[in-house]
Design a protein around this ligand. Structure first.
Ligand code: MG
Length: 431
């Protein structure tokens, strides 16, 4: 029994006393909801407590290795946690984090996040409050979002951008295809030059094509719209420095993942050469990665994928660290974040002072059939729902209608994993 039920039984005046007198909930069961309603493998952890009707959900989505996260939760975290009290979230987070001895990998971090976010959900439901209230309340009414415009040809990208602008979106990420190549985020053209079956991408034509896209975009969309672009780590460091410099004239909101995590020290060279705002971090899962770029002021936006970093508990610490160095947050928010994860993102957005912008994915009907409570977007801002916890309910019967495996042929064959992208000479690249 939790607060809302108490409200109807004893009235508001008796609630605080009744809650203080209640026994601490204990973890009774942990299960994993594995579902793919929108063509992306989503993983959500559900924790049930020993108190009637008190449970919580947490996002544990690592779509390229989803089955391993499921196994990490079931085989390792569940035996560790069953019977433990739910109230000490930091304590349980540290217990999960340290119990594997070797740590900071994406599989384990996502598994931990699933439990961590479910514990925050439980605490919110107990309190009868949205999680943002537990973090101190809102410091803004909604989270400004950006959405994606992409296409194989430049006019197609600009048409999509215009459509988003007409819906009140004020920040848009632009990606365009490169003929004959697998450009990130803009459709994948079949390769004619590959020495194997794998996809091909060469950085030089990508750079020329993207500069042409932004030249056209500024000319046709005007100076006011905020524009973003994601390199997705595909450039060698020297080219990334030149590209950031060449993009400076288009006054981006930010340039994302200009370098791979292995090359983050090259941000110093980009900083020394231009003022293009920089965002980085969706692949980070180790504190040593975000600490360095934040404390050295090498980036403007930290883009950690919240579940990849281990959940809400470490993410709010990252936000606090970043605030001290004038780095803003831009939590990763594409389709491979579950609706529970999107709620966690927007919760942080409205509660943390140094929020920058929120990447946004609009849900399809299947997703809304499974997940109730997806944040609502109005006039370019996302609003978290006001129900207790994350405010998300999952229709598990509907979730079961969409098992893993609805992707296209290659990803299905790779069990949801990504394949390989190579340069024309056959070298495998970061993708
Ligand atoms: Mg990205």
């Amino acid at each position: 029994m939790y607060r809302r039920q108490f409200l109807s039984l004893v009235g508001a005046a008796g609630v605080a006393r009744a809650l203080r007198g209640m026994p601490v909930p204990r973890i009774k069961d942990i299960s994993v909801i594995a579902t793919e309603p929108a063509g992306v493998r989503l993983t959500v952890v559900k924790i049930q407590t020993d108190q009637d009707g008190l449970y919580g959900y947490g996002c544990a989505t690592f779509t390229q290795r989803a089955d391993l996260v499921v196994q990490a939760v079931n085989a390792y975290l569940k035996p560790l946690l069953i019977g433990r009290p739910t109230d000490g979230i930091e304590d349980l987070w540290q217990a999960m984090y340290n119990s594997s001895y070797w740590r900071n990998g994406p599989v384990l971090n996502n598994a931990i996040s699933g439990v961590d976010q479910a514990l925050w959900d439980i605490k919110g439901r107990q309190a009868g409050m949205p999680v943002y209230e537990l973090l101190g309340g809102k410091c803004r009414k909604g989270a400004r979002i950006y959405s994606h415009a992409s296409g194989r040809e430049i006019p197609e990208v600009l048409d999509q951008a215009r459509k988003l602008m007409s819906q009140g979106i004020t920040a848009i990420r632009l990606q365009v295809g490169v003929p004959g190549m697998a450009a990130y985020g803009a459709g994948r053209a079949p390769s004619s030059v590959s020495p194997s079956q794998d996809e091909v991408f060469d950085p030089e034509p990508y750079v020329r094509r993207t500069l042409a896209l932004f030249e056209a975009a500024r000319k046709e969309l005007g100076p006011e719209i905020d524009l973003l672009h994601d390199v997705h780590e595909r450039l060698p460091p020297r080219m990334a420095v030149q590209f950031a410099k060449d993009m400076e004239q288009f006054r981006l909101f930010y340039l994302e993942d200009a370098l791979s995590p292995e090359n983050i020290d090259y941000f110093r060279q980009i900083r020394a050469n231009c003022t293009t705002p920089l965002a980085m971090g969706e692949l980070f899962n180790n504190p040593h990665e975000w600490e360095q770029v934040i404390e050295s002021r090498l980036i403007d936006y930290i883009r950690v994928h919240v579940s990849q970093a281990g959940g809400l508990t470490p993410a709010r610490k990252i936000a606090a660290l970043a605030e001290a160095f004038q780095v803003k947050t831009a939590w990763h928010g594409p389709g491979d974040v579950s609706p529970v994860g999107h709620c966690a993102n927007v919760t942080l957005d409205v509660a943390c002072y140094n929020f920058g912008i929120q990447e946004w994915t609009f849900p399809n009907d299947h997703l809304l059939e499974v997940f109730e409570g997806y944040p609502v977007v109005k006039d370019g801002y996302a609003y978290v729902n006001e129900k207790p916890g994350w405010g998300v309910e999952i229709n598990e019967k509907a979730a079961a209608k969409y098992p893993y495996g609805s992707e296209g042929a290659v990803r299905k064959q790779l069990n949801g994993g990504w394949g390989v992208v190579r340069r024309s000479d056959g070298t495998v690249i970061n993708q």
